[in-house]
Write a protein that binds this ligand. Structure first.
Ligand SMILES: [Zn+2]
Length: 157
């Protein structure tokens, strides 16, 4: 019995230490503006996020994805040459930050007349309609990101 207790304590400690070693935050300078406004938008809504202990930068991701969030290492990789980054970089960065910090999963619901608009920045097909859906509708999409129960905007009817 004593052996089992010691083992559990040891596992617990090693878990703590390995986490502590991963605390070095890195934010690519080109992405830092989007990261900063994301945290500001969170703060405006009274959502407190520990804005440390994560990494975000450019790189290549598998397949069709334009960005990827790796929960285990708290890392976000953005594909710089992707349509999403070229068209609406903020939306792509917010999408990935939504995964990491808000624990949101994909939501491919459609709203708007004839259901042509994405309901959420967490849409898995983020470059939908050439990014035009984000133009002038940012306020709704940012609110929806932080609160999926945000009322649908006027243009959705
Ligand atoms: Zn995603």
């Amino acid at each position: 019995m004593r052996f089992i207790l010691v083992l559990i304590v040891a596992i617990g400690l090693s878990g703590c230490f390995s986490e502590a070693e991963e605390t070095e935050t890195y934010i690519d300078p080109e992405l830092s503006g989007y990261v900063t406004t994301f945290f500001e938008e969170a703060a405006k809504r009274g959502i407190s996020i520990e804005d440390k202990n994560f990494r975000i930068g450019f790189g290549s991701v598998e397949g069709e994805a334009q960005g990827m969030t790796y929960y285990a290492t708290r890392s976000i990789v953005i594909e710089k040459e992707s349509e999403g980054y070229k068209l609406i970089p903020e939306a792509l960065v917010y999408h990935e930050l939504g995964h990491l910090f808000l624990h949101r999963t994909h939501d491919d619901s459609m709203i708007g007349q004839q259901y042509k608009c994405a309901k959420s920045l967490m849409d898995s097909r983020l470059q939908i309609n050439g990014g035009q859906w984000y133009v002038n509708r940012r306020a709704y999409y940012v609110s929806e990101l932080f609160n999926p129960h945000t009322s649908l905007p006027d243009w959705a009817f």
